[in-house]
Design a protein around this ligand. Structure first.
Ligand SMILES: [Zn+2]
Length: 442
């Protein structure tokens, strides 16, 4: 029996592969959850006469964006402690609030709000790390959103687990439970070098190798992290990770500021992948990740927003723009990180980072139909010389119009198809009073 097909006909398509390609007057045909073919519109209509069609005039169709680092539930803490130095922000504000409030419902409500924001901004896949991963997985599933859900590991007690052993035990049980969910994958997520012991890292490495599961780790986020590590371990965090066997192709390294040239070579030769979170790094004054040099050394670099508590949004278009601007100023070279390179990093680069590049990241026949259409009809986009350039340097998440994940349309002309977005927002804003109660006592 043939699957239902649907024709999508935007004005432009940027498929990401082949590189630097822009198709005009073409259609993309979906069959079930996958991309069937891309071809000129008149041929598509002739070849698939029984298909329904979505016409998207003055829209650019791209692969859905892949947000490679975040803490979805922390959208509930958006704006609660702005303009603070990173360790003050974390230890005196975020951790105390989390210590008193975080439970399954908090994570479910916060994650649904984040998924809503990401879908409305064209993001179709995210890497997430937070306590109560089963609640986050349920929220992503209910939203039909693709995600890598982290199994957090910390030496500190929290509402979800007590000590590293308990974290690993609960993480593995969670991994077993969601194994058959097609839109979800998992990764070990040791929090950071300063919050996980050597033996914790050794256990994570062992399980990662046995289960062929990636390790998602905040690494070299700040200069203080590096100097504290030298004080406590006699080694920079990267050297300590190398010693513990963590520096491998399984490592998804988050942030990566304060990098020396020899460390960039070390990352490249070990096949480590990096996710760059420029806005979180700027807001917390953490430092800059030298992505131009990393890319030159052959390291795959993806883009992430980090949690909304340190950004304060989950807008991947603006994040890519910030990455481009920061790379230009950091390298003193305005030709660095072009609009096309940004689009590749936020789609195919992200897909590679998550080990999903056979399934998503570009618009090619056979891949999953994870799609984002951006409306470029407004006056701010005129005159139209280059749609990809307008996407990266002019658009924001609010210009995203229509989104599909695995062939299912989730956003139509800026409106969530289902479920009702108001109920998601209401459940999330109900947490405000409780958060304010804690903050007022700090
Ligand atoms: Zn983070």
């Amino acid at each position: 029996m043939s699957r239902t097909t649907h024709i999508i006909s935007p004005t432009w398509i940027a498929p990401v592969l082949p590189r630097d390609t822009l198709l005009t007057g073409h259609s993309l045909v979906i069959s079930g959850d996958r991309i069937e073919v891309l071809l000129p519109r008149d041929e598509a209509v002739t070849q698939f006469p029984d298909s329904s069609e979505t016409r998207l005039d003055q829209h650019l169709l791209t692969p859905g964006f892949v947000n490679c680092h975040g803490h979805a539930a922390m959208t509930l803490l958006r704006g609660v402690a702005d303009d603070r130095e990173m360790m003050d922000w974390l230890t005196n504000w975020i951790w105390p609030i989390e210590g008193q409030l975080v439970n399954e419902q908090f994570v479910y409500d916060g994650t649904r709000l984040a998924a809503l924001e990401m879908i409305m901004g064209g993001t179709t896949c995210a890497a997430d790390t937070y306590f109560f991963p089963e609640a986050a997985a349920r929220a992503f599933s209910d939203m039909h959103f693709r995600a890598q859900v982290g199994m957090p590991v910390l030496q500190f007690d929290n509402a979800w687990a007590h000590g590293e052993e308990d974290h690993i035990h609960k993480g593995l049980a969670f991994r077993d439970r969601i194994r058959n969910q097609p839109l979800l994958t998992t990764a070990f997520a040791p929090h950071a070098p300063y919050s996980v012991t050597d033996s914790g890292f050794e256990r994570v490495r062992l399980y990662s190798e046995q289960l062929d599961t990636p390790i998602h780790l905040h690494l070299h986020e700040t200069a203080t992290e590096v100097s504290d590590s030298i004080r406590d371990h006699g080694l920079r965090p990267i050297a300590r990770m190398q010693k513990l066997g963590i520096l491998s192709a399984s490592l998804q390294a988050v942030h990566m500021t304060q990098l020396r040239e020899d460390e960039i070579v070390q990352l490249a030769s070990n096949g480590v992948q990096v996710v760059h979170c420029p806005e979180s790094n700027m807001k917390l004054a953490s430092g800059t990740c030298p992505i131009a040099q990393l890319l030159e050394a052959g390291v795959n670099v993806a883009i992430g927003t980090d949690g909304a508590a340190s950004n304060n949004d989950l807008d991947m278009i603006q994040e890519a723009r910030s990455a481009s601007m920061l790379s230009k100023i950091e390298s003193g070279d305005a030709t660095r990180l072009s609009a096309n390179q940004c689009l590749e990093m936020m789609t195919l680069g992200g897909a590679k980072f998550l080990g999903l590049s056979d399934e998503i990241g570009s618009l090619e026949p056979g891949k999953q139909a994870d799609l984002c259409a951006v409306d470029l009809s407004g006056p701010t986009f005129q005159p139209m010389f280059n749609p990809v350039s307008q996407l990266i340097y002019t658009a924001t998440a609010r210009d995203v119009s229509t989104v599909w994940i695995a062939g299912r349309q989730l956003l139509s002309r800026g409106q969530l198809v289902e479920p009702d977005s108001q109920s998601i927002v209401k459940a999330a804003t109900n947490w405000k009073k409780q958060i304010e109660g804690i903050v007022s006592h700090e």
